[in-house]
Ligand binder design. Structure first.
Ligand SMILES: [Ca+2]
Ligand SMILES: [Ca+2]
Length: 211
């Protein structure tokens, strides 16, 4: 049908529209393929440009629903439950895609409108995969002081961004800090301070997508 962003929008977009959406109804459907090489995929990140709501399928499996009620039956007449005036870039967001395969993978999207006829609808999706040859980050045992000061050693790889989160129970995780390693940097001591009454007990690091 053409290239993204697909659009029907008179106002400026963060990424200029490429393919005009003629005959706009409540729901529009998009489909493409991506090629995944024979390497373990460690993370999948997406960024979207969406007006109004959308559903993402990977190889026929519903992977994400946003801006549409997930409790109503999904069909071409279902309206989005949010109205986007002018689409902005959402994400990057990490998603779980357990059913990727080596080779060709089908990416399908249905885009739903809040109300029609109305002269705006936009869709674009960027999907980024990181591969398992990346060394996963390692956190040493944190040093926690009664006054709330804390330090922890992070082992990682040069030019990677890491998101460090903390938890008191391994269930609820809270963002703590982000770290960007310089080229060839492998170890960093991260220091911070917490409320002494609510010291975290656990730390974890996640790789963030490159900017
Ligand atoms: Ca608009
Ligand atoms: Ca719209």
């Amino acid at each position: 049908m053409g290239g993204a962003p697909f659009f029907r929008e008179a106002d400026p977009l963060p990424v200029p529209g490429v393919t005009f959406l003629a005959d706009l109804g409540i729901t529009s459907y998009f489909r493409t393929t991506i090629h995944v090489p024979d390497r373990p995929v460690s993370q999948v990140w997406i960024q979207g440009l969406v007006d109004d709501g959308w559903v993402l399928y990977v190889n026929g499996r519903r992977t994400l629903i946003s801006g549409i009620s997930s409790s109503l039956p999904l069909n071409s007449g279902l309206r989005a439950n949010r109205s986007i005036d002018n689409a902005t870039i959402e994400g990057p967001t990490q998603i779980q895609v357990p059913n990727l395969v080596v080779g060709t993978n089908w990416i399908a999207v249905e885009l739903h409108q809040f109300e029609v006829p109305r002269e705006d609808a936009v869709f674009a999706l960027q999907m980024e995969l990181t591969y398992g040859s990346d060394i996963p980050p390692v956190l040493g045992d944190p040093i926690l002081n009664a006054d709330g000061r804390c330090s922890v050693v992070l082992g990682g790889q040069g030019m990677r961004r890491y998101d460090i989160e903390t938890s008191t129970d391994l269930i609820q995780w809270e963002p703590w800090t982000q770290v960007v390693f310089a080229t060839n940097e492998q170890v960093r001591r991260i220091e911070g301070r917490f409320d002494p009454g609510h010291l975290p007990r656990f730390f974890r690091a996640r790789v963030l997508p490159p900017r």
